[in-house]
Design a protein around this ligand. Structure first.
Ligand code: ATP
Ligand code: GLN
Length: 147
């Protein structure tokens, strides 16, 4: 199975408290990915319709005898998820689990350090702004035995 290789022991470079997980996905896999993320407690996700080319080149999403054209971009969806450092690998693994078909064109994931998070409504910054009610961190802490 294609699990994400674990991050180097030294951690991500450059070191940051938060990372943006940016995934380029096949549009039709997006509902699987978003429901998988929601189930695990990821509540903040941004998606955009984008177009691009990679190894899949300019061939269309359905390979129905279409001609290869280098200057044709393929429709993709970009999903952006900002999470605390300790949640990055779980998010990456979930995206792979839900997005992967094994065929060329499954997409790519980029990890981007984020300097700060600011909640506009409250002006909160950092961890207070990144945490979401009922989110993954809440789920994990409520599952912990009371000490
Ligand atoms: P509030 O409590 O004020 O509603 P919030 O943190 O829940 O703040 P929203 O205002 O609901 O944030 O979020 C607005 C938009 O910001 C969302 O629709 C989503 O596109 C994006 N967003 C929020 N959090 C994240 C995140 N952690 N990663 C990626 N996108 C996010
Ligand atoms: N890390 C946040 C939390 O655990 C969730 C972030 C997100 O949903 N993108 O509450």
């Amino acid at each position: 199975a294609a699990r994400a290789q674990s991050a180097a022991a030294a951690g991500y470079q450059p070191e940051s408290e938060f990372y943006k997980v940016e995934a380029i996905l096949r549009p039709w896999r997006v509902p699987y990915v978003s429901s998988g993320l929601l189930q695990m407690g990821i509540r903040g996700v941004t998606v955009s319709d984008v177009r691009g080319f990679g190894a899949q080149g300019g061939s269309t999403e359905r390979h129905e005898g279409s001609e290869f054209a280098e200057d044709t971009f393929i429709d993709k969806v970009k999903m952006e998820i900002v999470v605390s450092k300790d949640q990055v690998e779980a998010v990456v693994d979930k995206i792979i689990e839900k997005a992967r078909t094994g065929e060329i064109g499954d997409g790519k994931i980029f990890l981007i350090p984020v300097s700060d998070v600011i909640r506009i409504r409250t002006g909160e910054r950092g961890e207070r702004a990144e945490r979401m009610a009922g989110g993954l961190a809440d789920k994990l802490s409520s599952a912990m035995p009371i000490s």
